[in-house]
Design a protein around this ligand. Structure first.
Ligand SMILES: [Zn+2]
Length: 323
């Protein structure tokens, strides 16, 4: 216990005592530390290197930097070292981040006024810093009932359980097992494992592709480079964006029809007036990207609809002028 306290003199002893005595499955943090301390030195070195290398994962998104490759923890290390390492980190992070009072951070030398870092304080600061943002950073859908996702899943990268760049607030649908779940978001074993992947903060997808709406509302992604294409293929395999947006397309059409119905009650719509109205709605949607759910797709649908030669304009003008 004294040894642990000596490592972090900036944190109050009382907090460290409580933390070290936390028990799960009959074992405390200290017991887990002792398990690791008892491993042969070369294995401890291996684990330390693994921890330090993976902690640099953010640098891999910067083309100017050349960090060591991020790797999934390998299974079946000698002396079950992988299990011991994982069990220690799970107890180190989970109770304090999810259930406890949080890690003391930003003490500025005064332990009594330490800011606590835990799931709720993380979400609260996301909301305070991005007041208007109510959309999922992965699918652009609603963030209602959002969850904290570990971008690199805890099951594979336990050392990144509380790394701020690895914590992303996403919608339930994206976080579900049929979408992202615990799937890997890197090419494990590759020297540059993130080259073919987006990341919501470090390499956002939003400016990397355009959307084309095919006849009957099938969504198609288009790209300028092969790398963007590969990244989008990986992203789509992760959250099934193409099929989800194809479904969302129908919702958008119904919304626009309902708005046209509202207009129709007030004025007689003509080809010209409908086009102007659709242009206004398209401009509104463009300004609401990132602020209102599904605005990216809404803008695309309306951009197609303002073309009076398009099948969508044909549909809407028939809708607007029929009884
Ligand atoms: Zn989502």
């Amino acid at each position: 216990m004294e040894w642990v306290a000596a490592q972090r003199p900036d944190i109050a002893d009382e907090w460290i005592n409580k933390f070290c005595s936390w028990v799960k499955g009959g074992k405390s943090i200290l017991d887990h530390m002792q398990d690791i301390a008892g491993l042969p030195n070369h294995i401890k070195d291996e684990l330390l290197t693994h921890f330090q290398e993976n902690s640099q994962f953010v640098d891999s998104f910067d083309a100017g930097k050349n960090p060591p490759p991020t790797q999934q923890l390998q299974q079946g290390m000698s002396n079950d070292a992988d299990k011991k390492y994982r069990a220690f980190l799970v107890l180190f992070y989970d109770p304090v981040f999810y259930k406890g009072k949080g890690y003391p951070v930003a003490t500025n030398g005064n332990n009594d006024v330490a800011v606590r870092f835990h799931k709720n304080s993380f979400l609260k600061s996301c909301h305070t810093k991005n007041k208007n943002v109510t959309v999922c950073p992965l699918c652009d859908g609603s963030l209602d009932g959002s969850q904290v996702d570990h971008w690199l899943a805890k099951a594979h990268f336990p050392e990144l359980s509380c790394q701020p760049y690895n914590l992303i607030e996403i919608c339930q649908a994206c976080n579900s097992r049929s979408n992202k779940g615990e799937k890997l978001v890197l090419d494990n074993g590759n020297g540059r494992p993130f080259d073919d992947w987006f990341h919501p903060y470090l390499r956002p997808a939003v400016d990397e592709f355009t959307i084309r709406i095919q006849q009957k509302g099938i969504i198609e992604f288009q790209f300028a480079t092969d790398r963007q294409k590969k990244r989008m293929e990986n992203f789509d395999a992760l959250i099934n964006l193409q099929s989800r947006w194809t479904l969302e397309y129908r919702t958008q059409i119904k919304r626009i029809q309902s708005k046209i119905r509202g207009k129709k009650k007030k004025v007689n719509l003509t080809k010209d007036s409908l086009r102007h109205i659709l242009e206004d709605w398209r401009d509104d949607a463009e300004h609401e990207i990132g602020l209102k759910p599904n605005a990216i797709l809404e803008k695309c649908v309306l951009s197609l609809a303002v073309d009076t030669e398009s099948y969508l304009f044909e549909e809407f003008i028939v809708y607007a002028t029929s009884d």
